[in-house]
Design a protein around this ligand. Structure first.
Ligand code: MG
Length: 259
């Protein structure tokens, strides 16, 4: 079922968006060489406790998950791209880290993700990593720009895909954007590839996560032995950018904006 929010409810969703943005910024600031992924998870966990927020991940147990997620932050490193389960790994110079975080504040969820290179980039990888990360960011901006009232979900999908294809990346549509509200995942699905003018209408009040993610040289993924982390089939790196947005009469409102 697709639920539309009133302008007042969208206002009520702002604190969750701001909180999720703040957590991602704090985790990025903490993500230095020598820091363990479990410490990054603790940064997010402590902020959740201090804020009185609720984690959307810790008890998350969908059909494709082997067991409840058990952590509060997704940390995907290098060939990991989505659903990265924090584990005992110490960040090294040049690691490409994707962090994804969703939490509920006052009963409303927001969901957002970002990718960046830790420490000093490896000269042999710096350009390719920067291009991959930048392309997910440009695709996210393009998808958001297309999220105008009166358009369709397919307009967002097509805008994302155009950016990816222009940069030479293929697209995996197994996972994509989704409705966001009282819970983390709702309808409609917002694929990262599709046809303009098709799909669910973007009505004012619709709140969705838009989340392009691309792999450098493949569109195939597999699940790590940890039961969660999704990795590229060929070992190439991945990147992921995500915002939660509300469709309003005036256009898209980015609830998880990081300023
Ligand atoms: Mg997310």
């Amino acid at each position: 079922m697709i639920e539309l929010r009133t302008p007042r409810e969208i206002e009520e969703m702002r604190p969750a968006g701001r909180f999720v943005a703040d957590v991602l910024l704090a985790v990025r600031a903490a993500a230095e060489v020598g820091v363990n992924l479990l410490e990054l998870d603790e940064v997010a966990h402590k902020m959740i406790r201090d804020r009185g927020a609720e984690s959307c991940y810790i008890d998350y147990h969908p059909s494709f998950g082997a067991m409840p997620f058990g952590k509060t932050l997704c940390t995907s490193v290098n060939d990991g791209v989505l659903h990265g389960l924090p584990h005992d790994y110490t960040l090294q110079d040049g690691d490409l880290l994707s962090i994804d975080f969703a939490a509920s504040v006052n009963g409303w969820v927001s969901d957002s993700a970002m990718s960046f290179v830790v420490g000093t980039p490896d000269p042999s990888r710096a350009e390719a990593d920067a291009k991959l990360i930048r392309t997910t960011e440009v695709a996210l901006d393009a998808g958001i720009a297309a999220a105008q009232p009166g358009k369709k979900v397919g307009d967002i999908s097509a805008a994302i895909a155009e950016v990816a294809h222009a940069a030479g990346y293929s697209i995996n549509t197994d996972f994509g954007g989704h409705g966001v509200g009282r819970t983390m995942h709702g309808d409609p699905h917002v694929p990262n590839n599709g046809r303009a003018g098709r799909g669910f209408p973007l009505k004012p009040g619709l709140v969705i996560a838009v989340e392009p993610w691309f792999l450098e040289t493949t569109d195939e993924i597999y699940t790590d032995a940890d039961g969660w982390t999704l990795r590229s089939a060929d070992g190439s790196r991945g990147a992921h950018s995500e915002h939660t947005i509300a469709i309003t009469e005036d256009g898209p409102l980015v609830l998880t904006a990081r300023d």
